[in-house]
Design a protein around this ligand. Sequence first.
Ligand code: ZN
Length: 238
Amino acid sequence: MSDQFPTATALVLFSGGQDSATCLAWALQRFGRVEMLGFDYGQRHIIELGCRGQLLDGITSLRPEWAAKLGESHTLEIPTLANISDTALTRDVAIAMGEDGLPNTFVPGRNLVFLTFAAALAYRRGITHIIGGMCETDYSGYPDCRDETIRALQTALNLGMNKPFELHTPLMWLNKADTWKLAHDLGGTALVDLIREYSHTCYLGERGARHAWGYGCGECPACALRAKGWREYVTRTV
Ligand code: ZN
């Protein structure tokens, strides 16, 4: 479906990763105008924020009609999140499984914080549609990626700010192979290649080695998930 909300503006949580790049294309297909928001929270893979420029340049040259819809790209610094969370995403410790069954890459409340800041920014900018790449299918057990969490937060934000925010999560029920397929549906092989080349997923922030699925250490959970999804996607399409 295209131009579902031709006169509305959307705010996309855009980190520079595979998921958020796909969400950005999804939003450009549906909304009249799209703004972006990324967070600097002291993540080890801060390099992903730097990937946003190349992704945007690529999207701009890929589809002129999408380029015309691109609005402001915002970055908010929230170092407090790193100060209070002792996790493998923000500190130089090995990624491992914690006693609570959650990987130590879990930043408690991260998506709640992101979406709340996004809603505050959206409020100021007169935007009610907020789009995030949260996914319950491949969510590594992160409880703030659950559909139920997002729906509850939408209710809380609408009450707390007295605005009819809609939190859109187009990847919620997709696995990583489905997400590659969605990118292909939205922008063909050119968009898939763009995301493959320029989006960043690796938790360790490595972009040294180029694999079929893109750059990364190839070992961390994020790389493993991305690689597995890519293999499934390729197997499906041949
Ligand atoms: Zn990695």
